[in-house]
Design a protein around this ligand. Structure first.
Ligand code: MSP
Length: 469
């Protein structure tokens, strides 16, 4: 059986999930569900990134130990993913024992290979990014992303020979590893400028995984975190899933995934993931989403506007993958009313009503005129290309066709019984087909439709979507 392995980034549980995290996770869910429908054995991994200075500092500010602090936040993550109908297979935490063991094992492997050496790090560190910065990266002595003063540090540190992998990395980018492909260029240019070896250990704080060859040092949080994708496949039953088919990430963590991660794997002699899919950022009403602006959209808020499926639909439909998107409550409501209520909801309730009124019977000799195989193949192509907006458009074209067909044939005016039933049959078959196609995108509504239209006793039932004024 073919397998499919998709991951989201593991999120820092220093706060609760928001719309940006939801976006990545929903896309992973769509890919997982679609591949499952295609008959593949699927592994969908998400989780939390719990070590490092950022978590330690946040915990301290709340008077808690890091472990106490993260333990309290994890249930909220799991609840939120449930609210969004995220059907993951494992929720990995970097404090999980099996993960910690694999990180130490890989560190040892890389060390034995001679790719780790002891040196001294002198420079800057941004806790927000959990990244080392050079003088050149700073703006007014601040991190350009977090606009905060960065820590100046000087400490003994182990280094990973990243520079050694420059050529091999450049070869990897050539192979179409990065999606969308246009993002390849920015990474190639930066890697061609030359790579510095990477400081991968810290001694000034202790919330992390100890280096197996020197326990005074803890592993740099990114070296630890990136390995989650691999360590999860070392769990019993998951062994066949490595290498990952798709790592989904946002553009802010591109560098870590496109450079550090494959180089670490090359050094450890582990197969490389197949695709790194990089999405853009969401703004909220045209503004950057940030705590200080107070405009962070949490999952409860997102789902409360028009329900979970409308939220999923909006995020997938409103921006092409790779581009930045803008979120506005009004636009979400407009799509909900215009597409889900007026097109899909109306079709379903109208046809169900007609079936209830006139009775519906399947006649084995009738065949739906929709070119289903061709349409499935087209949608499959679009999903494989991460074109979720176009996939939804295509499916809604079918909805339009069916609405147009009902309007043109007017089954309520047809007198000949057999013909009336045949028209209803075509509509019902069409709706079932649409529900199958929509299943990965809006699973709750698609399941409802499938249930309503299974069997011969079709009833009008409740409205799928309620108009929001
Ligand atoms: N812990 C690291 C990832 C380690 S992966 C081995 C991390 N965590 S995070 O909690 O900051 O979440 C980052 C993810 O959320 C990224 O993929 C990032 O792109 C995404 N987003 C955060 N804000 C976002 C938007 N406003 N819009 C879209 N995605 C955004 O980084």
């Amino acid at each position: 059986m073919k397998k499919f392995y998709v991951t989201t980034p593991i999120y820092y549980p220093n706060d609760v999930p928001h719309l940006g995290h939801a976006y990545t996770t929903i896309i992973a869910d769509v890919l997982a569900r679609w591949n499952k429908i295609k008959g593949k054995k699927v592994f969908f991994l998400t989780g939390t990134d719990e070590h490092g200075k950022k978590i330690q500092e946040t915990a301290e500010s709340k008077g808690k130990t890091p472990k106490e602090f993260v333990d309290e936040l994890i249930p909220k993550y799991k609840e939120d993913w449930k609210k969004l109908n995220i059907d993951y297979n494992r929720f990995i935490r970097t404090t999980d024992e099996d993960h910690e063991k694999v990180v130490q094992e890989v560190l040892q492997k890389v060390y034995d290979k001679g790719d780790i050496y002891l040196g001294e790090y002198e420079g800057y560190y941004c806790v927000g990014c959990e990244a080392y910065l050079t003088e050149k990266d700073l703006e007014d002595s601040c991190c350009p992303i977090h606009k905060k003063k960065v820590d100046k540090m000087k400490e003994k540190s182990y280094f990973f020979k990243l520079s050694k992998y420059q050529d091999e990395l450049l070869k990897l980018y050539d192979s179409g590893f990065i999606v969308p492909f246009y993002r390849t260029k920015e990474i190639v240019n930066r890697v061609k400028e030359g790579l510095n070896d990477l400081s991968i250990s810290r001694t000034s704080f202790d919330w992390g995984i100890k280096l197996p060859f020197d326990e005074k040092h803890i592993a740099y949080v990114w070296f630890d975190a990136l390995l989650n994708y691999y360590s999860a496949t070392r769990e019993k039953g998951n062994e066949n899933f490595w290498p990952a088919d798709v790592h989904l990430i946002g553009k802010d963590i591109f560098w870590f995934h496109a450079v550090y991660w494959p180089a670490m794997l090359m050094s450890a002699g582990i197969d490389l993931p197949k695709t790194l899919a990089v999405h853009g950022f969401w703004t909220i009403d045209g503004h950057k989403m940030s705590k200080s602006l107070g405009n962070v959209v949490g999952i409860d808020k997102l789902v409360s506007i028009a329900g979970v499926d409308s939220a999923r639909y909006f995020l997938l439909r409103n921006a092409p993958f790779g581009d930045d998107g803008n979120f506005s409550e009004q636009e979400l409501i407009d799509r909900h009313n215009g597409e889900l209520v007026n097109k899909l909801g109306n079709l379903v309730s109208r046809v169900a009503g007609l079936c209830e009124k006139y009775g519906f019977k399947k006649n084995e000799s009738w065949k739906s005129p929709l070119p289903k195989d061709k349409m499935i193949e087209e949608i499959n192509q679009l999903i494989s290309n991460f074109e979720f907006d176009k996939s939804l458009n295509k499916i809604f074209e079918v909805v339009d066709i069916l609405n147009g067909y009902a309007q043109a044939e007017k089954p309520w005016e047809i007198h000949e019984e057999d013909f009336k039933k045949a028209v209803l049959y075509n509509l019902v078959e069409g709706i079932r087909f649409v529900a199958d196609l929509l299943l990965p995108f809006i699973p709750e509504s698609a399941e409802k439709i499938k249930k309503q239209f299974s069997g011969d006793k079709i009833k009008k039932g409740e409205y799928l979507f309620k108009r929001i004024e």
